[in-house]
Design a protein around this ligand. Structure first.
Ligand SMILES: [Zn+2]
Length: 151
């Protein structure tokens, strides 16, 4: 009995750690992917953004207020990245899987609504995925550049 309860304890501890890290990655500012994106933009000579504009729907990570361009950097887990889902790369915790699945679906829906309300207000929105940033930061930069040119 003892070993069973110990195992259970350990498992929930591990899940807790995983969840904690994912929450942190989602919430905190200046995360690694964000720094990588800003570095890539800097290297490409794309400047003039503001960070974390909390007054805008969805709190875009980077914003060019004058050009009305908003960039969202999406964590692949939290926003259900289609590429990672297809490749089976993002695995939600096994415990409470329904809870996580519902939570991620809500994130996805909420962001879709935020993007359309920004677009209705005349903003151009660019979504950059965390995995994209690792694989091909230049493409992400190019999409942002195109949005800025159009603005
Ligand atoms: Zn991804």
């Amino acid at each position: 009995v003892k070993s069973v309860s110990f195992k259970r304890l350990r498992t929930s501890g591990e899940t807790g750690e995983l969840v904690r890290r994912q929450m942190q990655a989602n919430r905190s500012k200046n995360t690694k992917p964000e720094l990588a994106l800003r570095r890539a933009l800097w290297a490409a000579g794309v400047r003039g953004y503001r960070k974390h504009r909390t007054e805008l729907p969805g709190k875009p990570d980077l914003v060019w207020p004058g050009k009305r361009v908003a960039v969202f950097l999406n964590g692949c887990f939290w926003h259900r990245c289609p590429v990672c889902e297809e490749r089976g790369k993002v695995k939600p915790p096994k415990t409470n899987s329904e809870y996580w699945s519902a939570k991620r679906s809500r994130n996805e829906e909420r962001q879709a609504a935020q993007l359309s309300s920004l677009q209705e207000a005349g903003w151009r929105t660019v979504v950059v995925w965390e995995c994209e940033l690792k694989a091909s930061p230049d493409e992400a930069v190019e999409r942002i550049r195109a949005a800025l040119r159009a603005g």
